[in-house]
Design a protein around this ligand. Structure first.
Ligand SMILES: [Zn+2]
Length: 377
């Protein structure tokens, strides 16, 4: 079983909009209070307060603070779970010796969703053949199901994005394996202007519309910086910047989905460098690559591959940009040298294509993280 998200626009009435805002505010207050309790316990007594301990307050909160009765108990549990996740992530990063920021309090702009973790059973219900949705504490809200819901409903998240509201359903769907395919491809983490370069020599650039929106964003940020603090024109400029950020995020997501879909359709095995191997970010992966959202893209690719019964292999990025793909001669070259000329065998390649070929070759020879050698076609 794999999980799939379906996002739909909500059209709340004015009073419903206020109720949605109020629910968010209550969830945020609870989040910050739970965070505060954990911080204090940790700072004063070196103790950790756990998820189950904090969950036990919830019935009490609902009796003492009547406004919380309008919020579904599972939504509140999910808030506590979010705090728990923030701490788990923090401790994991500390253990791994990474830079770890202590979990922070959330301001209004940073808290924009609440979740019904068992929406299939309680809290959210579609009505009138999907024209409306009954949301606990809010009422019957108009919704637009622009594509049909599939699979078994697990959770639902109500989300605010700027002035708009969305409902995101998470469903469990049966994997739909594609016919088997023995083609394998290596992909190289592109540096500008390429998003992705394959071992077959294909170079994929970020779409032009995406670059256009980025240029617009730069202009909007510049104009924001010139507006006086507290002025209404500054607020307007802030809204414009936030809107463009959202647009870019959506465009990038669409682009990632398209590329991943195409790779998964065409290849049975896809090989890329392991982003988690530390030091990568510091060497070949310049800032541009991280900006391009490779981490997100690889998540989408992994999930689509799983759904389609395809294989994605991560390899150690060491030397992939230094070795000659023909004779194996190793030579360190500065980043700006785009053409790979081998002083061993005289071969020449595009630098990133050479890297992609090496990446693919690594999957054939390197033992995987599971301790077995992959049989890559
Ligand atoms: Zn060579």
């Amino acid at each position: 079983m794999t999980r799939k998200a379906f996002k739909y626009r909500l059209y709340p009435t004015q009073p419903q909009h206020k109720d949605l805002e109020r629910t968010l505010a209550l969830c945020r207050q609870l989040y910050n209070a739970a965070l505060q309790e954990r911080r204090e316990a940790y700072q004063k007594a070196g103790k950790t307060v756990g998820f189950y301990e904090q969950k036990r307050w919830l019935p009490e909160i609902r009796t003492e603070l009547p406004e919380y009765k309008g919020v579904h108990s599972q939504v509140l549990q999910n808030v506590i779970e979010r705090v728990d996740k923030a701490f788990q992530g923090f401790f994991r990063r500390v253990r791994a010796g990474q830079k770890a920021g202590y979990p922070r309090f959330k301001g209004r702009e940073r808290y924009d969703s609440f979740t019904f973790p068992q929406a299939g059973q309680t809290g959210v219900k579609l009505q009138e053949g999907g024209k409306r949705v009954l949301i606990y504490g809010i009422g019957s809200v108009k919704v637009k199901l622009h594509r049909p819901l599939e699979g078994r409903l697990k959770a639902a998240t109500v989300k605010r994005e700027g002035e708009h509201w969305y409902l995101v359903f998470t469903c469990e769907v049966e994997p739909r394996p594609l016919p088997s395919n023995d083609q394998a491809i290596g992909i190289d983490l592109g540096t500008n202007p390429h998003f992705l370069v394959t071992s077959e020599g294909e170079m994929v650039e970020a779409p032009r519309y995406y670059q256009k929106t980025q240029a617009k964003l730069a202009r909007a940020q510049h104009s924001l910086s010139r507006r006086k603090r507290g002025s209404s024109r500054r607020k307007q400029a802030q809204r414009q910047v936030a809107k463009l950020h959202r647009k870019i995020a959506n465009q990038r997501k669409d682009f990632h989905h398209k590329i991943a879909r195409r790779l998964v359709n065409e290849y049975g095995t896809i090989v890329h460098e392991d982003l988690n191997i530390l030091g990568l970010a510091r060497t070949r992966l310049a800032k541009g690559v991280l900006d391009a959202g490779w981490g997100r893209f690889l998540q989408i690719l992994a999930y689509k591959a799983e759904e389609a019964g395809r294989r994605v292999i991560k390899v150690d990025p060491k030397y992939t940009s230094q070795d000659c793909p023909v004779c194996g001669h190793r030579e360190r070259k500065p980043l700006w040298v785009r053409e790979f000329r081998c002083s061993g065998c005289g071969g020449h390649f595009h630098r990133d294509v050479a890297a992609a070929i090496n990446i693919l070759a690594k999957a054939r020879t390197e033992p995987s993280g599971m301790g077995t050698a992959w049989a890559v076609p």
